[in-house]
Design a protein around this ligand. Structure first.
Ligand SMILES: C[S@@+](CC[C@H](N)C(=O)[O-])C[C@H]1O[C@@H](n2cnc3c(N)ncnc32)[C@H](O)[C@@H]1O
Length: 310
């Protein structure tokens, strides 16, 4: 089950009140949406959006025959189409919009689509299998070496991007790369031994400086997922639409997990606060507490920013 990240902080900055309407652009398993629904009772509504066909069934099932059912609209679509979705649903008087970017536990544990390097699955990584977008398999087998290297460096911030891209090219000449475990083996061959073993509590202080915190395949998998789903562009397209949808004093809350996503949020909030369209509510970046990270390690790289429409 997905544990919603920074839930207390999301509610603090969205500040939902009785009978207000909210949009959850990444409703996922519905954790944040349900918490908002509770606060906006008895008549407030949530429009929940998720691009993933299967995942949106989870909140649908959770609210079935409950007091929330009539106050929720759940739509499977890309949040890049935010204005169109809002218009189609005739959803009005929006007091707050939430983005909780990235993937949910369902993607890693149940999708069977190759999001996790810990499971042997086909290299797909599409959020929406009906959309006509490239799969991770097509990228690793068809992209030229330089392009692969650029992707790994830019979206994965992978220091061994060049070596991994080279190893991918070498291996795909012998055999098509079709599964996550094939890719993990290739990355393993490309990176130095010390990079293969994540830091532990018992690593010496000297070692800790050098040894990565994460599994050696994390960054490559992240980079491929971002490219497959064109994540940064979708987010860039959605953000300006929020300004047209929000009511005055309406809140925008963004949780990001990647430095490039956070840069997009930061720049959007800063530029629009300079234009006098937004007032930034989080002068300092909000991060999960040590306690939250302990309970939910996946929250460790979350960053929350919030603003209010002026
Ligand atoms: C971190 S999860 C959200 C978890 C959710 N807040 C919860 O509490 O259960 C992010 C979700 O965003 C969805 N997503 C990613 N890109 C999207 C896009 N462009 N449009 C709509 N949903 C998207 C993913 O399918 C995923 O379910």
């Amino acid at each position: 089950m997905h544990i919603p990240v920074l839930q207390k902080e999301v509610l603090k900055y969205l500040a939902p009140k009785a009978n207000q309407n909210f949009i959850d652009c990444t409703t996922g398993e519905g954790g944040h949406s349900l918490a908002i629904l509770e606060k906006i009772a008895p008549h407030g509504k949530v429009l929940g959006i998720d691009w993933n066909l299967e995942i949106i069934k989870i909140p649908k099932y959770k609210i079935l025959n409950t007091k929330y059912e009539k106050r929720s609209i759940l739509i499977c679509d890309n949040f890049a189409n935010l204005k169109k979705i809002v218009k189609k649903c005739n959803f009005k008087k929006v007091q707050g919009i939430l983005f909780d970017l990235g993937i949910s536990s369902w993607h890693l544990e149940e999708s069977g689509r190759g999001f996790s390097f810990l499971r042997n699955e086909p290299l797909d990584m599409r959020y929406n299998v009906k959309s006509k977008i490239l799969t991770a398999e097509e990228i690793v087998n068809d992209y030229p070496e330089k392009k692969l290297e650029k992707i790994l460096r830019e979206y994965g911030e992978e220091r061994f991007a060049k070596k991994i891209a080279k190893e991918i090219i070498k291996n795909r000449k012998i055999r098509k790369i079709e599964t996550t475990f094939q890719l993990v083996e290739i990355i393993k061959k490309a990176v130095p031994a010390w990079y293969r073993y994540p830091r532990t509590r018992t690593s010496s202080v000297r070692d800790r400086k050098k040894i990565p915190r994460r599994h050696f395949a994390t960054k490559t998998f992240q980079a491929l997922r971002i490219v497959v789903n064109d994540e940064l562009n979708n987010f860039k397209k959605a953000l300006p639409q929020t300004l047209e949808i929000l009511e005055p004093q309406g809140r925008l809350v963004i949780i990001s997990f990647h430095s490039l996503e956070d840069r997009i949020s930061k720049n959007f909030l800063r530029d629009n606060s300079r234009k006098g369209l937004l007032k930034i509510l989080t002068k300092k970046l909000i991060k999960p507490s040590k306690e939250e990270i302990l309970i939910n390690p996946r929250s460790r790289s979350a960053k929350l920013r919030a603003a209010k429409k002026t």
